[in-house]
Ligand binder design. Sequence first.
Ligand SMILES: [Zn+2]
Length: 100
Amino acid sequence: MPTDNKHESRLRAARQRAFDYVSEQMERIDACPVCHGNDWAIPDSTYVLREVTADGYTENVFPLVLATCRSCGYVLLFNASMAGTVDDWHFDKDARDAVD
Ligand SMILES: [Zn+2]
């Protein structure tokens, strides 16, 4: 169905943007800040951090793309909004506001 193809195409494009954005940022890093290794796993997925207060979880989430050091497991996090992977997510505005 055309709708499914469009949806899948959008998902694939978002995954590609996640990978491309993190890969581009990683070119600026000389080595892992923890173990000084330079072997990174870069998933093409977008993740979220969820806000929690003394009252419990809120509805606020913060979208992230990331890279993981294969030597020590240190994780570098990047705002997924900057990567352009969450442009059509309903909480995108909140993430953008967090950057400003
Ligand atoms: Zn490391």
